[in-house]
Design a protein around this ligand. Structure first.
Ligand code: GLV
Ligand code: MN
Ligand code: MN
Length: 413
């Protein structure tokens, strides 16, 4: 039977979610913000309309459940995240949530009950923009949420504990978001590729093999602030020139090795005045590689070389690890079933790793994970220019629906 899937509705819903933003004209929606509440409300309404029972969990994730032939059966979990980076695109995260809802709507339209339940989850924090710590939503569900994260604060000094209370959630009860292993059969996420590989191969979809590991640091360099007119160059302890040299050392280290990537995405100078030698600089470092050993070796080398740069310049360096995620492999049995769905829908098969991080990195502590990538224009993401075609969105939803209909948890290896 032809599936009842409406790719236009998926795109319209991504547009509607993009309007839930802290500023008009660009999309920014951070964890536990009023905008996240509005987006979550839309998603809960669409889930209900698609025939699911809905709830918001103890960390702010939204969850819809479509019962199987027997009520209370373990669930195949689908979904992605609803938070965004600053000045984001419309599809990173949202496409996965909305496509999964569309698939459930198709099951409901055909009154098709499966031997398992299907749950769709919209994770409330994946990007980590507000509190620095990423994957808060999926860690809570996987039962790996660190209570110390409650003390993390945002740029205004609001702690996660306070923000949860302001959102109407109880920080003491975050543990209740955790799911038991016997409740979840697998977690499968549809996501835009965020890279150029599928486009270069002229393919609408691809099956993910693994999510690359990542380590993120907060780095602080402490020099001595001083008068820009009076302190001779050779007597300065300028934190910013030291940071500049560190940033270039980071780039050089990553350029020197295939597949290793390193990014300084945020840098603040203090006190930040035209006539003051910078006394302090704070910046972030995001380090990723397809092998944990490669990433860890680069991290050790960079820590040594940044220390050496700062030592020579007479400034002090502190590196704090904000988050570390090992490479997350997709389960072979889920890859096989995704492959079968791609082939059954008539698309050529291609497997590829994910350079970007995803909720599966946290969910793998709870269950096996799988991912399906949908081509995006020029591989552009974390950018308002993020774009997908109607045809590719339809391809992704069709493959996902086919995968759900034929999902066989017995094949778990
Ligand atoms: C999430 O999008 C990440 O890879 O940083
Ligand atoms: Mn992202
Ligand atoms: Mn994402």
């Amino acid at each position: 039977m032809t599936p009842v899937l409406r790719a236009e509705r998926i795109l319209d819903r991504c547009d509607a979610l993009a309007r839930c933003s802290e500023a008009t004209g660009h999309l920014t929606r951070v964890y536990l913000s009023p905008e996240l509440r509005s987006a979550s409300q839309l998603v809960l309404d669409w889930m209900r309309e698609a025939g699911m029972s809905v709830r918001t969990d103890a960390i702010g994730n939204v969850i819809g459940r479509y019962e199987g032939a027997q009520s209370g059966a373990p669930a195949l979990m689908l979904g992605s995240h609803l938070d965004t980076v600053r000045d984001a695109g419309k599809y990173d995260g949202m496409l996965g949530v909305v496509s999964a809802i569309e698939c459930v709507a198709a099951l409901t339209a055909r009154e098709l009950r499966l031997p398992f339940a299907v749950e769709v989850i919209g994770f409330a924090d994946e990007e980590g923009v507000r509190f620095g710590s990423t994957l808060i939503g999926s860690r809570a569900v996987a039962g790996t949420f660190e209570p110390a994260t409650l003390d993390a604060s945002d740029a205004r000094g609001t702690t996660l504990r306070e923000a949860l209370r302001d959102y109407g959630l109880d920080p003491q009860r975050v543990g209740e978001a955790a799911r038991r292993r016997d409740q979840v059969l697998a977690y499968v996420e549809l996501h835009i590729e965020q890279g150029p590989v599928l486009e270069s191969l002229d393919l609408p979809v691809g099956v993910v093999t693994a999510i690359n590991g990542a380590t993120r640091y907060q780095i602080e360099i402490e020099g001595i602030a001083g008068h820009s007119g009076t302190v001779p160059m050779h007597l300065r302890h300028d934190a910013l020139t030291a940071a500049a040299q560190c940033v270039l050392a980071v780039e050089a280290r990553a350029c020197g090795e295939a597949h290793l990537v390193a990014t300084v995405g945020k840098l603040e100078t203090m006190p930040g005045a035209i006539n003051v030698i910078p006394g302090k600089v704070r910046f972030t470092l995001d380090l990723r590689a397809p092998a944990d050993e490669q990433r860890q070796r680069a991290a050790r080398d960079l820590s040594d070389s940044l220390q050496a740069i700062c030592g020579e310049r007479g400034v002090a360096l502190t590196m704090t690890t904000l988050h570390e995620n090992a490479i997350a492999g997709c389960a072979p049995w889920l890859m096989q079933q995704l492959d079968a769905a791609v082939t059954a829908q008539g698309y050529p098969l291609h497997r590829l790793p994910s350079g970007a991080g995803h909720d599966g990195m946290a969910m793998q502590a709870l269950c096996d994970i799988g991912m399906l990538f949908v081509r995006c224009k020029a591989g552009i993401s974390h950018n308002p220019a993020e774009a997908v075609t109607l045809g590719d969105v339809e391809a992704g939803a069709r493959v996902l629906l086919r995968f759900i209909e034929n999902f066989n948890p017995e094949q778990e290896s």
